[in-house]
Design a protein. Structure first.
Length: 382
């Protein structure tokens, strides 16, 4: 016999405070959207294009010293405001510096300023070979295809969740994904961090991570709804959230430890990528617990008020208890009515019943005992 799950509530009712969670998310998203309208995004070289400067190194660089050379070159370019430039070593003897589009005056003097800075960091043998203008790696066509792929991916996730659960859960899960994307993009606009192809990769990673956590919570809600069919949907959802709370926090913390280590110890090229992942993991965990499931409850409450969903009455615990298969219930015969009693008295007893005749004898007195004793003596004499 399947037992009902433990009704384990937390310190507070998460579902009852859903308006608070919705308001907090609304404020963060509103601030990010306002920054997007006023300032926009700080697009990097991958979006805007720029200039590619090529320099000859004083001596060939072994493979194991490539990271060290790039680190020294980046430190030399930081005072020039080019810390975000893309620096690579080609063929062990060429240093490629890619910068974003600047004004014509800055672009004219930029190669010489970079050359002087590299000579101080890497040696006097650094020589400028030439500059090429490059277009954006992520052009308009690639942005359009990326947006199309993102929409198709969301529709695929929505279809899968709808088949496995229902349309309400699928829609709330997609809204939670949109919430995470808006939070990450808005905070990058507020912080004025550079947006490159690494940011797009981090954004797609965040969406996959967030929907995974949401599906785990939805699965527990579905299980509790099957085991507790008569309970209120809001109560079942709140208990399910607290039952999966430890799992959600532990999973997020283990992921955040790795991201923080990369953010603090990694170099500038992956710093924006790690920052986007950090914001996205925090937002994804928050949306899975405080947005996706409470949003489904709010939708259910709205449907009940509109009369589109029947309100299930709570089922008492005694009514849910099933009889043990080893002790089946015994039906007692019904008492005959007064009209049927006379007719049943004249009926013969069934063949399988036994009639027992009870004979009651009166206790013997002392006189009867003496008479019986005399009769026994006469019989012995004869």
């Amino acid at each position: 016999m399947a037992e009902a799950p433990e009704r384990r509530g937390g310190p507070f009712d998460i579902v009852a405070l859903r308006k608070v969670w919705f308001s907090l998310s609304g404020l963060v998203i509103l601030a990010g959207l306002s920054s997007l309208v006023v300032r926009g995004l700080n697009f990097g070289v991958d979006f805007t294009g720029g200039a590619l400067h090529q320099y000859l190194l004083p001596r060939p660089v072994p493979k194991e010293r490539t990271v060290e050379v790039i680190r020294k070159a980046r430190g030399a370019l930081r005072p020039l405001g080019l810390a975000g430039a893309q620096i690579t070593v080609a063929e062990h003897k060429y240093l490629m510096v890619r910068t974003r589009v600047r004004s014509p005056e800055e672009m004219r003097d930029e190669p010489y300023r970079i050359e002087r800075a590299l000579k101080k960091a890497l040696g006097p043998g650094v020589k400028w070979l030439g500059t090429d203008s490059v277009g954006p790696v992520i052009g308009a066509e690639l942005r359009r295809k990326g947006l199309t792929a993102f929409i198709l991916g969301c529709l695929g996730i929505m279809l899968w969740v709808m088949i496995r659960y229902d349309f309400r859960f699928a829609t709330c899960g997609i809204l939670a994904l949109i919430h995470d994307g808006l939070v990450v993009i808005g905070l990058f606009s507020l912080l004025w961090r550079e947006v490159n192809s690494d940011f797009i990769a981090a954004l797609l990673t965040i969406l996959g991570y967030s929907i995974n956590d949401t599906v785990v919570i939805y699965d527990r809600i579905r299980e509790n709804m099957r085991l507790r069919p008569g309970d209120d949907f809001a109560k079942v959802t709140n208990d399910s959230l607290w039952q999966t709370m430890v799992r959600s926090i532990n999973t997020s913390m283990t992921t955040l430890f790795v991201i923080l280590a990369l953010l603090l110890l990694g170099g500038p090229p992956i710093r924006n990528f790690c920052l986007a992942l950090l914001i996205g993991v925090l937002s994804g965990t928050y949306s899975s617990i405080f947005i996706a499931a409470p949003l489904a409850v709010a939708w259910r409450k709205w449907a009940e008020r509109r009369g589109k969903v029947a309100v299930a009455a709570p089922t008492p615990l005694k009514a849910r208890a099933k009889p043990s298969p080893q002790a089946p219930p015994v039906e007692e015969p019904a008492e005959p009515s007064p009209e049927e009693a006379p007719a049943r008295r004249g009926e013969e007893a069934p063949a399988f019943t036994k009639q027992v005749r009870l004979v009651v004898t009166a206790p013997q007195t002392s006189k009867s005992k003496r008479k019986r004793g005399k009769k026994k003596k006469k019989r012995k004499r004869h």
